[in-house]
Write a protein that binds this ligand. Structure first.
Ligand code: SF4
Length: 478
């Protein structure tokens, strides 16, 4: 089969600084790619200084400041990686508009033919004035004369020396921290042994081979990445560990989140309240909400989180995983199996629709996260695959049409509470799927994913991470 899913589990689950995979991690990765491209250049010694200009379009322009896009870009140009950068240092970048940062530029060809010494490092002076938030949406922007930019989250980098343009790149941040570069064809991964493009095809593979869902995902991952089963399990354990750490850090932290809204963190208070609740159900819900909000507040604070499938929705899966680890006492094996099922849901949603709020609204972020968490819970608790599909479908079905309207362009309102609600929906979807007869389920997961895509395409652009509609404009007191 052509056009099958070749996404790796660790493309979906990756660590990076909050608050947004498409507006923070993606742009940082684009800046790192530009840095690599720059390093391949030959430079004439004209004596004129070098300059880098970055232009942001569409959603990146409209909500980039609140999402820390400018800081992430500078971090990437400085060579900082999403998985290892110091999040506190990152959050302090470009706080002073006039501060000059020095970006190293060291072209290989600068040395003379017989010179053995490495070229002296040249630095490019960079300030906040070199990042331009363009006041036009990508869709309206005539680029290269006539063409329109294909994605809302578009960014361009230009390196020049005097009047001479030395290098220009156009990148698209397509959600979940994934980046595409204009004119560059992504290196295709090998076709996996169990090739599928949607849930229907995955179901047929399971029937035909007699393998379990986790076996299929695992064997594909081994073939796609060349990793051993042991390495994949270690990677999954690290990801689960990072998710739980984000919950625990959030539960220990008080105070106001960064930005002009002045939003107070609530997870720790919620957790404390849960200890005093007399009724078991209230306590259970308060804890689940607290876990999801704790990770989501850490994301809003620009701390390290795990994309699942995005940073904006980075509280849903950790909330459910923390619950299952601490209340249901799941084994390590069950947690790993659940993660593999959740990855399958994310692969299919990304392949056939989108996981970008700028493309399809929040249904593609918290909606898909909730669907992944429902699949995780059902599979980890040893539910059959049909029930896993049903749980994933139910969770997404009830979040169809959900818009993305972050107040002030900050990933705080409605995002943080929405993560908590997404986690609760996931558990509810598991309960509903458990009670249903899988053979009589009327809507398939493929159908709900297709509907999400159609709904996203019909959705007015104002509701797709622009902060121009919905709560973003009705909240006058923020
Ligand atoms: S509303 Fe949803 S999609 Fe939009 S920024 Fe918040 S979490 Fe992300």
């Amino acid at each position: 089969m052509n056009n099958c899913i070749t996404t790796s589990i660790f493309d979906i689950f990756k660590t990076g600084p909050g608050p947004s995979s498409s507006h923070t991690i993606g742009p940082m990765k684009a800046a790192l790619l530009f840095r690599d491209a720059m390093a391949k250049l030959s430079l004439n010694s004209t004596g004129e200084s070098l300059e880098i200009d970055v232009h942001l379009f569409g959603s990146l322009s409209l909500t980039g400041k609140g999402h820390g896009t400018h800081k992430a870009i500078l971090g990437g140009l400085l060579g900082w990686e999403p998985e290892s950068c110091d999040c506190n240092l990152l959050s302090r970048l470009l706080e002073e508009t006039e501060k000059i940062y020095e970006i190293p530029f060291n072209p290989k060809a600068k040395t003379k033919p017989l010179e053995t010494k490495p070229a002296k490092t040249q630095f490019i002076k960079f300030t906040s004035h070199h990042i331009h938030f363009e006041k036009v949406g990508a869709k309206q922007l005539p680029f290269d004369g006539a063409k329109q930019l294909p994605f809302s989250n578009t960014l361009t980098f230009k390196l020049s020396q005097g009047n001479q343009l030395l290098l220009e790149k156009e990148y698209y941040s397509i959600g979940g921290g994934f980046i595409q570069c204009k004119g560059e064809i992504e290196q295709e991964r090998e076709r996996p042994p169990h090739a599928y493009g949607n849930m229907n095809q995955l179901r047929k593979i399971l029937r035909k081979t007699g393998l379990t869902l986790s076996q299929v995902i695992l064997e594909n991952e081994q073939a796609l990445t060349g990793k051993s089963k042991k390495q994949i399990y270690e990677g999954l354990d690290n990801i689960i560990g990072a998710m739980c750490t984000s919950v625990e850090r959030g539960l220990l932290t008080d105070g106001v989140l960064p930005g002009p809204i002045g939003l107070l963190r609530k997870a720790r208070i919620l957790m404390e309240n849960s200890h005093h609740m007399k009724q078991e159900t209230g306590r259970f819900l308060a804890m689940l909400n607290a876990y999801a909000m704790a990770a989501s507040e850490e994301n809003a604070a620009g701390q390290r989180v795990v994309t699942a499938p995005t940073s904006g929705s980075a509280g849903v899966m950790p909330g459910v995983i923390y619950l299952l680890t601490h209340q249901y006492h799941l084994s390590r094996e069950q947690l790993r199996e659940g993660m593999l099922a959740a990855a399958a849901i994310a692969f299919i949603a990304k392949k056939n629709a989108s996981i970008s709020g700028a493309e399809v609204g929040c249904q593609g972020e918290v909606g898909v996260a909730s669907s992944m968490a429902a699949a995780f819970m059902t599979y980890a608790l040893e539910g059959p695959v049909k029930k896993v599909e049903n749980a994933a479908e139910i969770a997404l079905e009830h979040q169809l049409g959900m818009t993305c309207d972050p107040v002030g362009g900050y990933v705080q309102i409605p995002c943080i509470e929405r993560n908590a609600v997404g986690a609760v929906t996931a558990v509810n979807a598991y309960i509903l799927a458990e009670a249903g007869d899988p053979a009589r389920q009327k809507i398939t997961f493929d159908e709900v994913v297709e509907t999400m895509m159609e709904t996203g395409q019909d959705m007015c652009t104002r509701y797709k991470e622009t902060a121009l509609g919905g709560l973003a404009v009705c909240c006058v007191s923020c």
